[in-house]
Design a binder for this molecule. Sequence first.
Ligand SMILES: [Mg+2]
Length: 394
Amino acid sequence: MKIPAVLHLDIDAFFAAVEETLDPSLRGRPLIVGGLAHERGVVCTASYAARRFGVHSGMALRTAAKKCPQAVFRRGRFHLYSRISRQFFACLRRFSPRVEEMSVDEAYVDVGGSRYLCASVYELAARIKAAAERETGLKISAGLGFTRLGAKLACEAAKPGGLFWLHDEEEFIAQLTLDKIPGVGPQTYFVLQGLGVRRGRELKGKYPAMWRKIFAGLGSGGMERGRPEPASRSFSRETTFPEDIRDQGLLYSHLAYLLDRLAVHLLGEKLFAGRVEVKVRFSDFSTFCQRAALPFPTYSYFHLWQSVLPLLRSLLVKKDLPLRLVGVKVEDLQAGRDILPFFSLRDEKMTAGIGSVKARFGFSSLRSARSLLLEDLYPIEREGMVLKTASLTK
Ligand SMILES: [Mg+2]
């Protein structure tokens, strides 16, 4: 499954909310920050109570006063807002090195590289939101998406104070009216209105080229809108046994050996794997595969093993037959990671250390104990065991 990688956060009615925390008697009342009712200038922030009267930011103060005469007007204490704003961004930076400040109260956070911090990205998003709310003392809306646009729209939908995740960004945008779609400027909106196009769906149907242009980033995912996805690569190793095998220990041994080879190969290519797949073929030639996303991209044999073993176990119960083949594949290969998962560094260092010994003294110079059982089955040579059919596929 594709994992959402962008989190958009936006403090609700920021300036007004700060004023409310300092003067609780203002809570729930229409409050307008930006200047006094008779002054020139515009509304910086209107509380939700004031918005109900049609007041919005950017509106002339006098117009706001006409729309909502009972509102409380405040000039604003901007040094204070900017201090809270700094706390907000500092909090976000603890969770990801890639935070883009869009305004004083709005940011995009790339959570693609930090997703291993929690069991799920959604949980991580909730944690970031909660931490930011605790530290600023303010309510924050958050949206999770595959792209910035998706995250931004999810955040809009989550206001006030919620956390949304758009599972299907295109579908969601298709049902929006054009004025709700970021990327459709006033000019375009005007022209399209004239052409009778009102919603995303109609735009997509009638003017697909324009739709694609406006949403160029939708398909690419992540913070880098428009960046082409690198061609998907994978490495795999599999072997057919000299005789069908039922013994579980022996199957684990084969899998461990193949994975060891893959880990060394990944290391040599300087790549991190994002996903693993295990393949089995039973004696009746029926073949099954199962794949899983890794908690974070890695080349560590030890981490790969932790993900691969449960896959093999779940495949073994598919049929009550011995196996004739086992294989393992690493996919979603990437050249770098945004941040290092610090708690896995030790295991990765060990894999790297083992790899450098193997590079110097041959693959067989250091062997995983898990593959010991194979030593009775296959001859061992410097560069590995001589399996019956060792296949190398990309
Ligand atoms: Mg805001």
